[in-house]
Design a protein around this ligand. Structure first.
Ligand code: SAM
Ligand code: SF4
Length: 356
C-alpha cells in the first residue's frame, strides 16, 4: 500500500492510499485475516473470560444465520482481499451448522485463486466427535485452549470438570492430520503458573505447538489486574529455568513471538510461542478484521465502535454495498489498543462476545 506525504496548511500530512479490493487503514496496514464469532455462548466459564453465571446471551434473532455468515465471509474474501478465516466465539463447537459454514467458506476463492485458510479456536470439548466432519468440510487447523493439565485446577479455572474431554479433542485433531495443532494457555499469577513447565513438556512430547498468552482486560468487568497478569518476560524466565531455547525469527503479522526449544531427555525439540498483547503490543503489524455473532464489524478487539453489517444485509444490501461499508470502517481503524495509557478503558463487550 502506498503512503503519500503532502503539505497542508504548512504541516506535513501523511496519508495511506488504500487500493480497491483490500481492507486498508490510515496506518498502511492491510487486513487479510478475518475472525468470525459464531456464538457468544459457551459450555465453560473460564474465570478470566466469563462470570460464573454466564452473560446476557444475544437474542437468537440477532445472531446471524449460517447463510448470512457465509455471505459476509464471501464479501470479505471475494471483494476485500481476506485470505484467512478463523472461527471462534464463545464456543464455536456449540454452533450446529459449523460444518456447513466451513464448507461454504472453503468453496470461496481468494485474490490469489485459492481457498481461504480456515481455522477454529475452540475449548476442545466435544471436538473428538466433530473433527471428522469439520476436516471433511475443509477445516485446515485448530487452536485449542488448555490452561492446566491438573484436573482439579482445570475444573476450578474453567468452572467445569472437562479436562479429559479437552485432551480427547487434542488427540483427535492431531489424528485427523490438522497439524500443527496449536494450544493456547492464558497464564495467571497464583492460579496456573505451576502448569507452565508441564504444559510445554506435554505439548513438545505430543507435537502440539503451545502459545502462552498474557491475560488481557477483556473478561468480566473489573476482573483484570495488571499485577495478576504474568508478563511475557516472566513466562520466558520461568521457561528458561527448564528449557533451552532460541528465537525462531521474524513473526510477520503473527501475534506470537516464537522460540525453538532444544531436545532434552523428556521431550523432543519443538516450538513455543508467547503472545505479549499487553507488554509488547503488535498493533503496528495487525492484519485482523472481526465479525461478531450478531453481525457487527469490529476493526480491533479493543474498539469502542462497531459497524452494523446485519441491518444492511437483512435490508437487501448488495455485496458491493457491504464491501464499501467494511472498507470505510477499516479506514478508521485505530493505531493501537492503548492498554496502559491514561485514556484506556475496557470495551463494553467481553472477549467471548467479540470473538477471541
Ligand atoms: N471458546 C474458545 C476457546 O476458549 O478457545 C474460543 C473463544 S476464546 C474467547 C478464544 C481465546 O481467547 C482462548 O484461547 C482464551 O483463552 C482467550 N481469552 C479469553 N479471555 C481472555 C483474556 N481476558 N485475556 C487473554 N486471552 C483470553
Ligand atoms: Fe468459553 Fe473460551 Fe471464554 Fe473459556 S475462553 S469461557 S472456553 S469462550
Amino acid at each position: 500500500m502506498a503512503i503519500q506525504t503532502r503539505k497542508s496548511l504548512g504541516a506535513e500530512v501523511t496519508t495511506a492510499v488504500v487500493p480497491a479490493g483490500v481492507l486498508g487503514d490510515a496506518f498502511g496496514r492491510v487486513a487479510r485475516d478475518l475472525r468470525v464469532s459464531l456464538t457468544d455462548r459457551c459450555n465453560l466459564r473460564c474465570s478470566y473470560c466469563m462470570p460464573a453465571e454466564g452473560l446476557d446471551w444475544l437474542p437468537t434473532d440477532d445472531v446471524l444465520t449460517d447463510a448470512e455468515i457465509v455471505r459476509l465471509i464471501d464479501v470479505a474474501v471475494t471483494h476485500l482481499g481476506v485470505r484467512k478465516v478463523r472461527f471462534t466465539g464463545g464456543e464455536p463447537l456449540l454452533r450446529r451448522g459449523l460444518a456447513g459454514i466451513i464448507a461454504g467458506a472453503a468453496g470461496l476463492r481468494t485474490d490469489e485463486g485459492v481457498a481461504p485458510e480456515l481455522s477454529l479456536t475452540t475449548n476442545g470439548v466435544g471436538l473428538d466427535r466433530r473433527i471428522g466432519e469439520l476436516a471433511a468440510a475443509g477445516l485446515d487447523r485448530v487452536n485449542i485452549s488448555l490452561d492446566s493439565l491438573d484436573r482439579q485446577r482445570y475444573a476450578a479455572l474453567a468452572r467445569r470438570d472437562r479436562l479429559p474431554d479437552v485432551l480427547r479433542g487434542l488427540a483427535a485433531a492431531a489424528a485427523a492430520g490438522l497439524r500443527p495443532v496449536k494450544v493456547n494457555t492464558v497464564v495467571m499469577r497464583g492460579v496456573n503458573e505451576a502448569d507452565v513447565v508441564p504444559l510445554l513438556e506435554f505439548c513438545l512430547r505430543h507435537g502440539y505447538r503451545l502459545r502462552f498468552i498474557e491475560q488481557m482486560p477483556l473478561g468480566p468487568k473489573h476482573g483484570w489486574d495488571r499485577a495478576a497478569m504474568v508478563p511475557a518476560a516472566e513466562i520466558l524466565t520461568l521457561l528458561g529455568e527448564h528449557f533451552e531455547f532460541t528465537p525462531a525469527g521474524q513473526r510477520g503479522s503473527a501475534p506470537a513471538e516464537e522460540w525453538l526449544v532444544a531436545p532434552a531427555d523428556c521431550h523432543p525439540s519443538g516450538r513455543v510461542g508467547v503472545i505479549a498483547s499487553v507488554t509488547a503490543p503488535f498493533c503496528g503489524a495487525c492484519d485482523r478484521t472481526r465479525l461478531t455473532a450478531d453481525g457487527q464489524l469490529r476493526t480491533c478487539l479493543f474498539a469502542h465502535t462497531e459497524t452494523d453489517l446485519r441491518g444492511p444485509l437483512r435490508a437487501g444490501a448488495s455485496d458491493t454495498d457491504l464491501a464499501e461499508l467494511w472498507r470505510g470502517a477499516h479506514l478508521a481503524k485505530a493505531a493501537g489498543h492503548g492498554i496502559g495509557t491514561a485514556g484506556f478503558h475496557q470495551p463494553a463487550r467481553t472477549m467471548s462476545s467479540i470473538g477471541g
